[in-house]
Design a protein around this ligand. Structure first.
Ligand SMILES: NC(=O)c1ccc[n+]([C@@H]2O[C@H](COP(=O)([O-])OP(=O)(O)OC[C@H]3O[C@@H](n4cnc5c(N)ncnc54)[C@H](OP(=O)(O)O)[C@@H]3O)[C@@H](O)[C@H]2O)c1
Length: 308
């Protein structure tokens, strides 16, 4: 039996009420998530992932894990794959590892983390990376990136050995600090990297001047951190309605407005908004469906945010 849009939405409303979640438009959710290619392999991944800084960092009880489990369950069931963490995010890695293991969804996910050292050195790197395997409860990590360019040469060499040995699938580097952009570019020019991860948001477009286009030229996948500027963008539009023209690219919320701007960039592979609530998953994955803004619309979005 084929259900029409109205019937499917009604079913979603019923289900939403019973699960005490906001109404879910199952019709919209039946659409596949947009995916993009990782240039170094041709593998495709959905353009929206989960960031685990802050909200997963300080989990002290099983009760605090309940909404996080529901977040990951919902994310995976809607086709999401990429989850990003770091050993420096407190409880984030072990909590993600435990929940993913409990839900038995490891194989359908793309687990990313970082080597994030306080003390330089190959032995320090090995020790931390081995811990990440244990905390994530997996024998293969999809991506490990050097966090904030700490001890880059030594750690990249180590990550490449691990990639060669088949324990890691991709390697990369990350930053979110403007003062590191110059050095970041130099590493990108010198090294063959599968991924870079940088900050980029509708109101923070500095990395689009050189770093993101350079990644496009060098065949590196681009993962975007701080896509909402840690929530700053939501504050900027507080009390404001979405512009009418947002409908032209199937945008139904501010979160989708901010995310669709980023993932419509040709060189951007995915964005990893911090998500610790199932309702955010439903909303943010909506940015990976339907139309994306074209170049003139992206300019209009920039002008819009400059005017608020
Ligand atoms: N150098 C690096 O490698 C580096 C640096 C920074 C970040 N990162 C990565 O980037 C990820 C993202 O950064 P972030 O989490 O700090 O900041 P963010 O993604 O810019 O903002 C996340 C916040 O936005 C709010 N939010 C999310 N979805 C929403 C929705 N649909 N509607 C309304 N509000 C929504 C949530 O606030 P509430 O939870 O308060 O409701 C959430 O905590 C991190 O988790 C981390 O994985 C990496």
């Amino acid at each position: 039996m084929k259900l029409g849009r109205r019937a499917v939405i009604k079913a979603g409303l019923g289900m939403g009420a019973s699960m005490l979640l906001p109404p879910i438009d199952l019709f919209a959710q039946a659409q596949p998530l947009i995916q993009k290619k990782i240039p170094s392999s041709g593998e495709i991944i959905p353009i929206i992932g989960i960031g685990t800084a802050r909200r997963y960092e300080d989990v002290k009880s099983d009760a605090e894990k309940v909404p996080l489990r529901e977040t990951i369950r919902q994310f995976q069931s809607l086709g999401g794959k990429v989850i990003d963490s770091s050993p420096s995010y407190g409880t984030a890695e072990p909590v993600v590892g435990e929940l993913v293991d409990g839900l038995k969804v490891r194989d359908s996910l793309f687990l990313a983390t970082k080597v994030s050292l306080r003390k330089d050195g190959r032995e320090e790197g090995i020790r931390q990376i081995e811990e990440s395997f244990k905390r994530y409860r997996t024998n293969k990590i999809d991506l490990i990136a050097v966090h904030n360019l700490r001890d880059t040469d030594t750690q990249l060499a180590l990550l490449r050995e691990m990639k060669q040995a088949g324990r890691i699938r991709y390697v990369g580097i990350t930053t979110s600090f403007p003062k590191q952009y110059g050095e970041f570019e130099q590493v990108m020019k010198k090294e063959a990297l599968d991924f870079i991860q940088v900050d980029y948001a509708l109101d923070n477009r500095e990395t689009d001047k050189r770093i993101i286009p350079l990644a496009g030229d060098r065949g590196m996948a681009v993962m975007i951190n701080l896509p909402f500027g840690r929530g700053r963008l939501f504050k900027a539009v507080q009390g404001k309605s979405l512009p009418e023209w947002a409908k032209e690219f199937d945008c139904e919320s501010w979160a989708q407005f901010f995310l669709k701007y980023l993932v419509s960039h040709a060189a951007v592979t995915c964005a990893i908004p911090g998500m610790a609530q199932a309702k955010y998953v439903v909303d943010n994955l909506g940015a990976a469906r339907g139309r994306l803004p074209d170049a003139p619309t992206r300019r209009k979005m920039e002008q819009f945010i400059e005017g608020v």
